[in-house]
Design a binder for this molecule. Sequence first.
Ligand code: NAD
Ligand code: UDP
Length: 318
Amino acid sequence: MKKIIITGVAGFLGYQLAETLLSEGCCIIGIDNLSTGRMQNIVKLNAHPNFTFIKLDVCSDNLFPLKEITDIDQIYHLASPASPKYYQQYPFETIEINTIGTKNMLELTKTHNAKMVYLSTSEVYGDPEIHPQTEDYRGNVNTWGPRACYDEGKRLGEVFCYLYHSLFGVNIKVARIFNTYSAGLRNDDGRVISNFVNQAIKGEEITVYGDGSQSRSFCYVDDTIRAIMLMMKNDAANGEIINIGNPNEITVLNLAKLIKELTNSSSDIVFLPLPKDDPKQRRPNIDKAKKILDWEPKVSLEEGLRRTINVYKSSFSN
Ligand code: NAD
Ligand code: UDP
């Protein structure tokens, strides 16, 4: 049975990844400090005999509980606030988890001769001038702004991965994740799909920031999870950075209209100020993922939104 560590296991992606790996018969040791994650996710995972939870800050000097674990095969390092609402609320912690926390997990990977997947982000491209974004695009990030803690924290996290791979031969794969969604997002997460779907279902105003002409490309969670698991398995991904996302791009205003239509909502669409440094466009080039992983997304935006809306709706009616 494979012994796998997942950091950030109480969060949106960590929980879903743990469930999938447990269903495949793996033994999961989940780590989280419960800063943005949900205890209810841990309660559900705890029902599984092959799941162990350790409440721990991955940046901590005292990683004693992890040093006790023997024969770790794989580490998925997901811990980090991901919603702009939270990383701007915890800017120093966001830098630390992606730098010190990443270094700690790389050390553990090295000690156990294990493999690691690090979840980086499309935010490393900043407000991109190249469209769609390929992995060799070096980005356009502002160091002097509210998103810098996340964008630069992730960029430095990638540097740690590069150093451990090139200097010590550690088996490391970096996934640059583009906007991923499902009903697993907290209602109060602040990211656009959870905001719009919740607002539309409750009949509240749908809050478009700016004029809504900025674009994003949304990937359904199942597709993202499948991709990062393929990265872990695939030796050709060792030492590689790979974009993971759905190239189907939509403007934020059209997303609001689509969600209003799919929920049959009478909500008004209102326009609020655009946050500083909000990227104008974002769409992944996924040629590398297709070539190395034979992966591409299967769930269309409309299908993914229908699934998301159904789950949120049933949670409100319960
Ligand atoms: P999330 O906020 O739902 O989950 C992150 C988890 O990490 C939370 O459970 C939180 O409590 C935990 N955590 C934070 N700091 C920690 C620390 N110091 N020690 C231990 N645990 C800590 O976010 P998510 O959407 O699940 O994102 C997971 C990863 O994927 C993040 O690294 C994020 O940057 C990356 N990512 C996500 C997306 C997306 O669209 N969801 C896009 C790009 C990148
Ligand atoms: N956004 C919006 N209304 C909201 C939340 C977000 O218009 O209630 C916009 C936000 O300004 C950005 C896009 O939706 O242009 C995606 O935001 P999100 O926070 O989900 O992720 P980002 O890609 O910015 O990290």
